[in-house]
Ligand binder design. Structure first.
Ligand code: ATR
Length: 277
């Protein structure tokens, strides 16, 4: 008997740029699964209705992207620990009446760093720039890897303090020194990994970061993908290694795929083929 085709979607606004349908279709092909995965634009004030319509249409799960990750968190009836701590959901599972919320962004980032870029996070010094949803979504996964230090900075520094206060208990439990330093006061100290979680590159906006934070041997990681940002250019000019966030995108999708299908997909060939585009 052939298995019924399962249906999935990624929901966002805008959504036309999403690579998720391509990524999940590639994973499914490799795994021999027949799935349907589409990109769906939700009106900004209709997210909840969109989800309920999808459940009525017997969707098995959905990915959620900007700007709906907080709303997805509020909509979920159960939460994974990562999504509860981030208060944001990027992966939904629909099981009977239950809407289960997960957040695979942090796992995606850490896997890209450790498995694809061969950078071990343990006992490293990490600088995380940004204090929006993208930054908040990855902090717990970084702390879990027990770096020696995680420094938070942001243009609006009060937001970094709010996150620090919220995450302090977790930092202590993993023995991580969690700091906040104003962007303008970042010292000329060595960070092993500098992560850009701001949306500055998205709008080609002015990004006021002292180039002295970049050093030879550091890795500058921009969670954005698909275009070269001034963050990456500046890091390269100072001799740092660099990476965009394409690998993170594929790895967060792989974790969502695992949640839905209980199969760990191979990611390297998918990353390579997307990079070649
Ligand atoms: P996301 O969900 O992508 O994180 P967000 O919640 O709107 O989006 O957060 C955007 C982040 O990018 C914030 O940290 C923002 O800084 P502020 O908190 O000061 O607004 C940061 N950001 C956006 N444009 C920036 C710029 N030109 N320079 C520096 N930081 C910028």
């Amino acid at each position: 008997m052939t298995e019924l085709k399962k249906h999935f979607a990624v929901i966002g606004n805008p959504i036309h740029h999403s690579l998720s349908p391509q990524i999940h279709s590639a994973f499914a092909k490799e795994a021999g699964l027949h799935i349907d995965y589409k990109a769906l634009l939700s009106p900004l004030d209709e997210f909840k209705n969109t989800i309920h319509q999808l459940i009525a249409q017997k969707l098995s799960g959905a990915n959620v992207t900007l700007p709906f990750k907080k709303e997805a968190y509020e909509l979920a009836s159960q939460h994974s620990s990562h999504s509860r701590i981030a208060e944001a959901v990027n992966t939904l599972e629909f099981k009977g009446d239950q809407i289960i919320g997960h957040n695979t962004d942090g796992i995606g980032l850490v896997r890209d760093l450790e498995q694809n870029l061969n950078v071990d996070l343990k006992r490293k010094k990490i600088l995380l720039i940004g204090a929006g949803g993208a930054a908040e979504g990855v902090i717990y996964s970084i702390l879990e890897k027990e770096p020696s230090e995680l420094t938070l900075t942001n243009r609006t520094i009060e937001k970094s303090h709010v996150i620090r206060n919220k995450m302090d208990v977790h930092a202590k439990s993993f023995n991580v020194n969690l700091n906040v330093i104003e962007m303008a006061k970042l010292p000329d100290q060595y960070f092993d990994i500098i992560i850009n979680a701001t949306s500055a590159g998205l709008n080609n906006a002015e990004f006021d970061l002292n180039h002295k934070v970049f050093h030879e041997g550091s890795l500058a990681y921009d969670m954005m993908y698909g275009k070269e940002t001034s963050f990456i250019r500046e890091a390269q000019s100072q001799g740092s290694k660099t990476s965009d966030g394409l690998g993170m995108l594929v790895e967060q999708a792989a974790e969502a795929f695992f949640i839905w299908h209980h199969i760990k997909p191979k990611t390297k060939s998918v990353i390579e083929s997307l990079r070649a585009l």
